[in-house]
Each structure stands twice: as C-alpha cells, then as structure tokens.
Design a protein around this ligand. Sequence first.
Ligand SMILES: Nc1ncnc2c1ncn2[C@@H]1O[C@H](COP(=O)(O)OP(=O)(O)O)[C@@H](O)[C@H]1O
Ligand SMILES: O=P(O)(O)OC[C@H]1O[C@](O)(COP(=O)(O)O)[C@@H](O)[C@@H]1O
Length: 304
Amino acid sequence: MIYSVTLNPSIDYVIGLSQLTLGRVNRLDSDLKLPGGKGINVSRILKELDLPTTALGFTGGFIGQFVTDRLANLGLTTRFTPIAGDTRINVKVKAEEETELNASGPTISSDEAAAFKRELDQLQPGDVVVMAGSLPAGLPASFYRDLVPVIHEHGADFVIDTTGQALLDTLPDKPLVVKPNHHELAELFGDPEYTSLEETVQAGRKLLGLGAQHVLVSMAGAGALMITADKAYHGTVPAGKVENSVGAGDSMLAGFTGTFATTHDELESFKVAIACGSATAFSKDLATRAKIEEVKATITITEI
Ligand SMILES: Nc1ncnc2c1ncn2[C@@H]1O[C@H](COP(=O)(O)OP(=O)(O)O)[C@@H](O)[C@H]1O
Ligand SMILES: O=P(O)(O)OC[C@H]1O[C@](O)(COP(=O)(O)O)[C@@H](O)[C@@H]1O
C-alpha cells in the first residue's frame, strides 16, 4: 500500500481568462474546483495506475468536506484526520501566464497532530509513505522528519517532496526518491541556475551522497533527469499543448514511486514518471490512465 500524506490539502480553484488586469473587475472564461494538495494528487495518479493507495492528512470545515467527497466520488480511499479549522482554497490563475496563490492553511492543534500520528500505526512492512507539500501552522518544522522513525519502525519506506533545509534534513534517513525541480535543486545548494545538464547531474548526485536512494530532477518542458550512483539519464517530454501544469510534479512522483514499488525497475519507473507528469501538464485536471499511456509511448530515455 502506498499512503500519501497531505497535511495541508486545498481546493484548487483554477480560473482561466485571456488577460488579467490588476486593480479592475476581471470576468472569467472558465473556472474549475479540484481537490488539491501534493499528497492527494499523488494518490489520485496512483489510483489511475490501479495501484492500492490511501490518502492521509487533515481536513476541516465545508472545504474539507468538498475535498473528501470529491475523492470518494473518484473511488479513492481516504482516512483524513478531522480538524476544527477550515481547509484552505488555493487559486491558480491561467491568464497570459500561470500564477499560483497558495493560502497558508488552518492551524493544527496538538491533539489533532497526535490523532494524525496514530494513523501511522496501520503501516505494514513494504508500505511506502509519500509526504508532500507545505506544513500548516501549529506543526513544528520537524514534523515530517519526526514521522520517519515511526515509518521505519513499521518496516515501511518513505518519499518526501519538500524543499530547502526540510528536504536536506531527511536525506540521512534514506528517502526512496526525491524529486526537486531544477530551480529548487540550485536553491538547495545556494547555486545560481544551472546552465547545462552536466551541472544539474553533479548537483543531483550530491543528494545521493547525502542519502537519497533515487534522485529525479524535473525540468518542466525540458524533461527530466534520473541520477544513479554511476549513471545519469535524460528523458524527453513530447511536444503538446500545456493545459494546466498544476500537479505535474506530484504526478511524476506518483509515477515513479508506484512503478518502482511494484517492479523495482528504475528505467521503467522513470519513463512512467515523465509520462504521468507530462500527461497531467497536457490535461485540465490530473492525467487519466489513457493519456498517460498515450504520452508514455512518445518518451525517449537516453543515458548521458
Ligand atoms: N511544459 C511542459 N511540457 C511537457 N511536460 C511538462 C511541462 N511542464 C511539466 N511537464 C512534466 O511534468 C514534470 C514535472 O514538471 P515540473 O514543472 O518540472 O515540476 P514541479 O511541478 O514539481 O515544479 C516534467 O518533468 C514533465 O514531465
Ligand atoms: O502545499 P503547497 O506547497 O502549498 O502546495 C499545494 C499545491 O500544490 C499542488 O499539489 C500542485 O503541486 P505541483 O504543481 O508542484 O505538482 C496543488 O494541488 C496545491 O494547491
């Protein structure tokens, strides 16, 4: 079973308009409400791939109910911990360019945090826990790292999708995979933006040295890298119309984690990861299985 952890879910309110003018009333051409949050997106893609998954996290108020109901309609198993606060709304503006407005979310009490931790008692050897996204207020910055010993105690593995020091802090505990994008990777090491694949590979390899079991670096429309101890691979992404890249990174992580957990085949997992990321970028909502298969057939992986 792959468990996702979304401590700070959301409704992603995706609005489309040809031009956004600040300081004026703007009329929308389209609007879409999606259950959002990085772990939830991971579980949704795993479900599309027919892999067993359960979404954990905190939900509260009518927005939390909307998220839970929409996921139930999609047939997804959830075990959210109820909270007194209201789950947030994140606004994703698709105008001349994509702009994201992510709220900080509700405050979690210590009792709510303790109730969430009890959910991890159900972990079994061989399970994987994917922890992804921002921490809501009230939780200590070490919250993810503090869950790792509990996960390991049950013989389960973990994946973490976060940035900065919080990511570096968990590397010695050997996450199954980490997937920074190329901007996050440069920031992590205080480097200027990388200008070549070689530089990016060198930086990615440092994450392996620090403990990550697998390292993927996503580069949006420029594809992705997979870096192993002695090799590096570049995966192309097909040309296509980007409809909504929100959740593309989460989709990629789901594709790799789900495929690797079931096959232990790194190259196949990398290919499925890119297919899931790009199929989501080419869709208004997250990718469907059919779109993932279609995109996968066009991806080329080359050793560099
Ligand atoms: N413009 C795009 N065209 C095709 N694929 C894309 C595009 N943007 C994202 N993707 C796919 O999604 C993956 C993750 O996207 P990226 O933007 O790098 O991650 P994140 O959302 O974590 O910043 C990419 O490696 C690629 O497979
Ligand atoms: O927890 P954070 O960092 O605010 O991110 C939450 C947002 O991330 C998303 O999961 C999308 O993430 P990606 O585009 O990085 O894959 C949205 O659904 C959600 O609104």
